[in-house]
Design a protein around this ligand. Structure first.
Ligand code: ATP
Length: 361
């Protein structure tokens, strides 16, 4: 069992505050990602947890035990944490076996135990038969598997990943995402994963912590963040969205509100944060391209609009269309079968539940 708790973490480098009051918990067995653009403080947060970086404030606990607080830092080797790096960090002058066995040897485990644990770890990452190869004789993907085996072989309380797939080519990276998450589920290891790639975070995580400028800006399940972005930044960073400005014109029952986008175009939507359902004035309106659907003309349902098709781009499963609804331009992903054509006037519907209203005030 291992729970990680980070409370009010602050990291400063001279005049730069890289991490500002970051607090979160990773529950036992959970896979959580720190997601955000380059320089937002993800790696610094991870390195503080590993003990590779000193914090300037805050408390880090593993299973309730304080590992960092007020300069009283437990050294990295005593934290029972392993980390997988983007650079693999596989020792080239050692064989695969020696690389993986290293952590067990430093613990003076008996030779038979080391052998059994190394072969189990190599089997887990699909490298049975590679024991005698040297680091230099492996592909990038194989080196990353060695790094993974080395991380899991000592059964640490916590696994930390710093963009471990970024150096792999696109096809292998896609496969490794599935493999890694399947491995994590199988081992049930509490894991914290750093990435700037939103699709990677969405695919792999139980929960995502979105960071910007050293701060946490939103956290939740991938679906929470996708369906209910709480800021323009979150809406733009995760998935493709139409983001428009509107003015709340009234409530529409329950958590919904009516928002005027331009003269003559009013749309019903739902606040990202239900507590804001009484907000009036300027809001952002987030509409995902796939939530715009074709309907038969003459439909009188809520959020039905007549749309003029300005452009159609074939993407395979869908066509991405630029639609003009009155003074509002929207990008819509419509089925590629029987797509609309440029110049056509069509009828579309947008489910009010899929129209997210964001008040950033
Ligand atoms: P990336 O995805 O590019 O790795 P990141 O989100 O992991 O970015 P960090 O590496 O944590 O970001 O860096 C956060 C901020 O702290 C950046 O502004 C960076 O320049 C600064 N920083 C990081 N390490 C140091 C250091 N050793 N000395 C000074 N500033 C640093």
């Amino acid at each position: 069992m291992a729970q990680l708790s980070v409370e009010d973490l602050v990291v400063t480098y001279g005049s730069v505050t890289a991490v500002k009051d970051v607090s979160f918990v990773v529950e036992d067995g959970e896979f959580v990602s720190l997601l955000g653009p380059s320089g937002c403080g993800k790696t610094t947060t991870l390195r503080c947890i590993a003990g590779l970086e000193a914090s300037s404030g805050g408390t880090i606990r593993i299973d309730g035990e304080i590992v960092a607080a007020d300069g009283r830092d437990v050294p990295p080797e005593k934290r029972d944490i392993n980390m997988v790096f983007q650079s693999y960090a596989v020792w080239p002058h050692m064989t695969v076996y020696e690389n993986v066995a290293y952590g067990l040897k430093t613990r003076h485990e008996p030779a038979a135990v080391i052998e059994a644990k190394v072969s189990e770890a190599l089997r887990t990452v699909g490298l049975t038969g590679y024991s005698d190869r040297y680091g230099t004789e492996l592909s990038g993907g194989q080196q990353q598997r060695v790094a993974l085996a080395r991380a899991i072989v000592t059964s640490p309380r916590l696994l930390l990943f710093d963009e471990p797939l970024s150096n792999l080519d696109a096809g292998l990276r896609d496969r490794m995402r599935f493999e890694l998450v399947e491995l994590q589920r199988r081992l049930g290891k509490t894991s914290l994963y750093v990435t700037h790639d939103q699709s990677e975070a969405m695919l792999m995580s139980d929960r995502i912590i979105l960071m910007k400028d050293g701060k946490m800006v939103q956290s939740g399940t991938p679906r929470d963040l996708y369906d209910r972005p709480a800021s323009r930044f979150a809406a733009e960073f995760i998935g493709n969205a139409n983001i428009l400005e509107g003015t709340v014109a009234g409530t529409a029952g329950g958590k919904h509100a009516l928002v005027t986008l331009t003269d003559g175009v009013t749309i019903e939507g739902r606040f990202s944060w239900p507590a804001q359902s009484t907000v009036f004035g300027l809001v952002l309106v987030c509409i995902r391209a796939e939530s715009i659907i074709l309907v038969t003309s003459g439909s009188k349902a809520v959020n039905c609009f007549e749309a003029h098709v300005k452009s159609v781009n074939f993407l395979g499963a869908v066509v991405n269309c630029l639609l003009q609804i009155g003074g509002v331009a929207l990008r819509a992903d419509l089925p590629a079968r029987n797509p609309p054509h440029v110049g056509q006037t069509i009828m579309v519907r947008i489910d009010p539940e899929a129209v997210t209203l964001i008040s950033e005030h």
